[in-house]
Design a protein around this ligand. Structure first.
Ligand SMILES: [Zn+2]
Length: 142
């Protein structure tokens, strides 16, 4: 081949022109790979864990029942006893997820829903205990 710069004939394998020193070929292996710099700091891959998913599903289902039930007057107190196992199952799922470095988003969602149900129904549960007291006070107020 011939040098693009000065026209001197140079060997095909030559990377540099022997006459003028111009780089003879662009088909070098020094092409910078952008892929290696783009993904320089990849997030650690989180695995799916069967145990975490199963417990999260249990926590989510019971948590939803507890949360929905907690909005129903009187039944809300019963939801307290559904929400607690749901929260426990979700908490275990979350603990396993952290221990196994598995995906924990599902467990966090399940735990949040469970806890919302427990808090609301728990508040109802304790308000029912003092409901008679409150009712009497309201009766006296009117
Ligand atoms: Zn040259």
């Amino acid at each position: 081949m011939f040098c693009e710069h000065c026209g001197q004939e140079i060997p095909d394998a030559a990377q540099w022109c022997s006459a003028c020193g111009t780089q003879a070929t662009v088909r070098t292996t020094t092409t910078p790979s952008r892929a290696s710099t783009a993904g320089a700091a990849p997030a650690p891959e989180l695995r799916d864990s069967g145990a975490v998913t199963a417990l999260s599903v249990i926590g989510l289902v019971f948590g939803l029942i507890g949360m929905l039930g907690s909005f129903i007057p009187c039944l809300g107190s019963l939801a307290f006893f559904v929400g607690i196992p749901a929260a426990i199952a979700s908490a275990i799922a979350l603990a396993i997820a952290y221990a196994q470095k598995a995906k924990r988003t599902f467990a966090i969602v399940a735990l949040t829903i469970s806890l919302i149900g427990v808090v609301i129904s728990g508040w109802q549960y304790f308000s029912i205990i003092s409901a008679g007291e409150k009712a009497r006070q309201q009766m006296q107020g009117r």
